[in-house]
Structure formats: C-alpha cells, structure tokens
Design a protein around this ligand. Structure first.
Ligand code: ADP
Length: 445
C-alpha cells in the first residue's frame, strides 16, 4: 500500500476512535462510532456523486477539486482525461494527414476484407475503376473488375506479382498489385499504365517495322555478294573482303530474323493448347544437327525419361531447343560434352540442355535473357551469336506456361532447364500422328 493510502487509513481510524471516545464521554461509545461511520459514508457518497456527475459531462473545467483521498482521485481522473483529449487531437490530425496523402496519391488504393469486399478506397481508385465511395463499400471487388486474369490473380493472392488488365470502363490499362494490410486485410494498388503500354507498343512496332524494312535491302546485297563470290574474274585482292562482307551480311540477316521473331513472340497471344508436339523426336533432330555443326563437342547425348509430348506451337518450341543447343555447342570446347534431357513428373515437363562449357559468372546469370546481353561480350560476338537467342527462349517459354531456370558455374558448365506446367504436357504415348515413336535410347547412341 502506498504512503498516501496508509495515511488515509490512519485518518479514518483516528476519526473513528475520536467518535467512539466522544460517545464514551456520554456513556454511548457505539452511538458515537455509528455517527462517525455514517458521516464518513455520506462524505464518500457525496464525492462519488460528484465524480459520477463529472463523468457524464467530461468537461475538464468542471472537475471538482475534492479533498483528502478524493483530491487524489479527482486529480488522477483529470490527468487521464487531459491525456485522452491530447491523444484524440493527435489521432484526428493523423487521420486527416492520411486522408490528404491518400487523396494526393496518384495510384489507386483499395483496402479489401479477407472475402475481397471493399472496405475503403482513395480518390484515384474510384476514378480509375468508376467506384462510388458509399454505394460500393462492402461490395466484392471482382464484381467491378471481372477480367479473368484479375480474378485468377485475386484468388492466387501472390505478393510481389502484378497483373495488367484493361480498365472496366474506358480505354485505360491498369496494373494491379496486392499486399498484406493489417492483420487479415489486403491492399490492392492500382496504377494507370496506359502511357507505358503505349510507349512499349510503339517501341515494339518500331523494331518490327525497321527489321522488316531492312530485310529487302539485305537480300539484294547478299545476292550481289554471292554473285561476286562466284565471279571467276574477281581479282584475288577482293576475295577476302567479299568473304567478310558475306559473313557480316549473314549476321545482319540473322539479326533481322531474330528481331522479327522476338517482336512476334512479344505481341502475340499464348501458344495453342490443342496442338501436340513430338518433343522426343524434336530433341533427337536437334542432336543430329548439333553433330553436323562444323565444330562441336565430341559427346552430345540424349537423356530421355518420358515419351510424353508438349502442347503448343511447334515452331516456337523448336526455336527454344535450337537456341539452347546451339549455345551449348558454341560455348563448349571440343573435348566437352552436352546432354539434352526430357522428363515429366507431377510438377510438369522438364527440358534441359546441360554442357561442360565455359559457364557464366553468377552476377551475369540473371541478365542472360536480356536482349543483346553477352556474358563475355567480345568472345560471345566472335562466336557469331546475335545476343537475342535467350530473349527469344524466354518469350517463347512464357507463351507456353513455362519458365527458364539457369544454373551455371564459370569453367565447369551450364544447365538451362525449361519447366513446363502440367497442362502443357501431352501424356498420350506415341507420336502425335499415331505412328510408333523410336526408342530414345537408340537415338542417343
Ligand atoms: P548469343 O547469340 O550471344 O549466344 P544468347 O541470348 O543466346 O546470345 O545468349 C546470351 C549470352 O549468354 C551469350 O552471349 C553467352 O555469353 C551466354 N550463354 C548462353 N548460353 C551459354 C552457354 N551454354 N554457356 C555459356 N554461356 C552461355
């Protein structure tokens, strides 16, 4: 017990003793004690009434001063009330600041309940999605954004991922991102990406048009150079320059072909799900072609564990295989080896090209699929590559629900694995045309 309370008990006892003693003087100690106790009770009741009356108004100016123990109680209550007032003021200011910043925020923000119902929206979100604050509160967000990609994205609820969809009203394109908010709510961030998409389309169109326009002049130049090369009266001093010009023209033509292929892959819809690709035969052909290259590693083998096929666009998957295999051939010395693998499990199909070549430094691995990125610039250019091969692989795989996984160690080799989603696997045995499929182990010999 604290000192003031010991003093209060002491005071009460003293008053009680005094009352009893005065009563004893008149031969009535009990009556004296009774009067004193009743007086004390009435005094406490009066103070309680004062407190209750003040609690009803909460007006700090009207707080009674009280005396004795009650003075302490009133002072404490006044302190707590003053603190609360200050906190309320602070809280109101914070809410106001938050509202102002939410209003000024250029991106839309929508707070969603665990059932995807709208709890709160800012002005930008209402403008972008055509929402009304009061009318739409409590409605499910997928009643307003019905795009299938958005609904799938909402159900998956993956953090850090974004989905781009056309706005429910108007011409705009929106990028949506979900993040955890509070204990069980989510914040949906909506950004207007119309301008960025327009610029991206312009860039893509420009590259496609420029590449297309370059095709005809290059064909003409290549034709004349071929004719010059075959001309019998060509002076000897011109043989080397003409050979160099032919090589450079071939590289430029390859560049144009790759650029056109890339822009087609970037802008078209996902590959078909009903066209079966005989991947085992395709890998066998890729192996034969690699063995036919002027310079190649001595051992090029197949490691086939499934005769399942793939569902998609054959030319694009062929391009994926050709790019990965030709890279392995170019970046692996003659005494090295290449293994081309195919296997299927519950997670889907796995197509891999592993080599024991020069490998790639760890810091370069994430950049390999960028356009024109070369891990070892000069050396890779000498190998005759365009720097677009792995970008083509990335986009072709994206259109087939597949991802590229790269493992590499400088000096030891690389493994490029394409992981295809289960819905892309054609598990029917045999060739798509019904004929028997050759034993892949035969092929690898
Ligand atoms: P390139 O036409 O230059 O080969 P790619 O896009 O196919 O372009 O590859 C990009 C870069 O990745 C290459 O320049 C090379 O540095 C590196 N690379 C690709 N495949 C391999 C590999 N199998 N081994 C080592 N480096 C590779």
């Amino acid at each position: 017990m604290s000192t003031p309370w010991i003093a209060a008990v002491g005071r009460h006892l003293a008053v009680f003793t005094a009352g009893t003693l005065i009563g004893a003087l008149y031969g009535r100690p009990l009556i004296g004690a009774f009067i004193v106790v009743t007086g004390l009770l009435l005094w406490h009741l009066y103070n309680l009434w004062l407190l209750e009356r003040w609690l009803q108004t909460g007006d700090l100016a009207e707080m009674p001063a009280g005396n004795g123990t009650w003075a302490r109680v009133f002072a404490r209550a006044k302190f707590i009330a003053t603190q609360n007032k200050l906190n309320r003021k602070k809280y109101r200011r914070l809410v106001k600041e938050l509202r102002t910043s939410m209003k000024a925020f250029p991106d839309g923000g929508i707070i969603l309940s665990p059932n995807n119902e709208i709890i709160a929206t800012n002005k930008a979100a209402r403008l972008l999605l055509g929402l009304k604050r009061k009318r739409d509160r409590g409605q499910r967000i997928d009643n307003f954004i019905r795009h299938p990609s958005f609904v799938a994205f909402l159900d998956a609820g993956r953090k850090k991922e974004t989905v781009e969809i056309p706005a429910p009203h108007g011409e705009k394109w929106l990028s949506c991102r979900l993040m955890p908010y509070g204990p069980d709510q989510r914040l949906l961030l909506v950004t207007d990406v119309t301008r960025a998409r327009k610029l991206e389309t312009m860039r893509r169109d420009f590259v496609a048009n420029a590449s297309h326009e370059l095709r005809s002049p290059l064909t003409v130049i290549a034709g004349y150079l071929d004719a010059l090369d075959e001309a019998e009266d060509l002076p000897d001093t011109w043989s080397r320059p003409v050979a160099d010009m032919r090589e450079q023209t071939r590289r430029m033509s390859q560049l144009v072909v790759d650029l056109l292929q890339l822009s087609k892959l970037e802008s078209s819809a996902p590959g078909p799900l009903d066209a079966a690709i005989d991947i085992v035969s395709m890998l066998a052909v890729a192996r034969h072609e690699a063995l036919a290259a002027p310079a190649h590693p001595r051992r090029i083998e197949l490691d086939i564990h499934s005769d399942a096929g793939l569902l998609g666009e054959e030319s694009e998957i062929r391009s994926v295989v050709a790019n990965l295999v030709s890279n392995a051939v170019r970046y692996t010395p003659e005494d090295g080896s290449i293994v081309i693998g195919w296997s299927v499990d519950d997670a889907g199909g796995h197509l891999s090209v592993a080599d024991t070549g020069i490998g790639v430094a760890p810091e370069d691995v994430p950049r390999l699929t960028e356009r024109f990125f070369r891990a070892d610039g000069g050396r890779a250019r000498q190998q005759g590559g365009t720097g677009l091969g792995l970008a083509i692989v990335k986009y072709a795989l994206r259109r087939h629900d597949a991802e590229l996984d790269i493992n590499s160690e400088p000096g030891r080799g690389s493994r490029f694995t394409c992981h295809f989603a289960p819905q892309r696997i054609d598990r029917r045995p045999g060739h798509p045309d019904g004929s028997e499929r050759p034993d892949p182990r035969e092929e690898s010999r």
